[in-house]
Write a protein that binds this ligand. Structure first.
Ligand SMILES: C[S@@+](CC[C@H](N)C(=O)[O-])C[C@H]1O[C@@H](n2cnc3c(N)ncnc32)[C@H](O)[C@@H]1O
Length: 209
């Protein structure tokens, strides 16, 4: 049985490379596979590439986005928990980053995030605190995924893309159906870095209708 308390290879690698959590490698793999973030070029006079991130703490995905986009991007992020300031080197203080500590299902957080849109990319790694009951956990995870889809409907630009985490076991077929209503392409993808034992996976919506 896996020992979840002991930092594993990926956790240690993440810290060494300046990220608070191993989850950064999941986003990196998703980005490499689906080309989520624009790379290279100064961006010229084009407007910043705006990203919305739900469930951002401790902040590995945020740092990956900010380090990839640099001054060409803007990121708005939210989480119930605060971000770790250990590895950001001041990136979280810049003007192209906005963070709100709050519940993504609540009106205040929603308003703050919607006001800063529209976005070209929506990332949701939000996950409920696990209870030990797989049934409850998958249900709560699906509710968070539905919330993310609701944000996509409200504030993701046409042609925009979305990634959302979900625990497997619930009605994920329905979730995929909903994603395909919003996006021209909808698929599931489980990054290699997810623990073999983990029951989480990601759904990707490409090219919002
Ligand atoms: C797996 S962690 C995210 C890790 C993050 N992607 C990173 O790379 O550092 C899941 C996060 O979802 C957040 N979360 C769960 N429910 C939430 C809610 N209703 N509103 C805001 N954040 C929530 C949790 O607080 C937790 O920090």
């Amino acid at each position: 049985m896996a020992n979840y308390n002991k930092p594993d290879f990926w956790t240690l690698k993440a810290r060494k490379e300046g990220y608070p959590a191993r989850s950064v490698y999941k986003l990196r793999e998703l980005d490499e596979k689906f080309g989520l973030l624009p790379k290279g070029g100064s961006g010229g006079a084009s407007p910043p590439f705006r990203v919305l991130e739900l469930g951002a703490a401790p902040g590995s995905w945020s740092l990956y986005v900010l380090r990839t986009l640099r001054e060409r991007g803007f990121l708005a992020a939210a989480d119930l928990a605060p971000l770790s300031r250990r590895y950001d080197g001041g990136l979280f203080d810049r003007d192209n980053f906005f963070f709100i500590q709050g519940d993504i299902t609540g009106a205040d957080t929603r308003d703050a995030l919607l006001n800063r849109g529209p976005y070209r990319l929506l990332l949701s790694d939000a996950a409920p605190a696990t209870t030990g009951s797989r049934q409850i956990d998958t249900l709560r995870s699906l509710e968070l995924a539905e919330t993310a889809l609701d944000y996509a409907g409200a504030v993701l630009a046409q042609g925009g893309n979305m990634v959302v985490k979900v625990f497997q076991g619930g009605d994920t077929a329905f979730l995929l159906k909903r994603i395909r209503e919003f996006f021209k392409t909808g698929k599931s993808f489980k990054p290699m870095v997810c623990r073999r034992e983990s029951f989480e996976t990601y759904y990707v919506g490409l090219d919002k209708k």
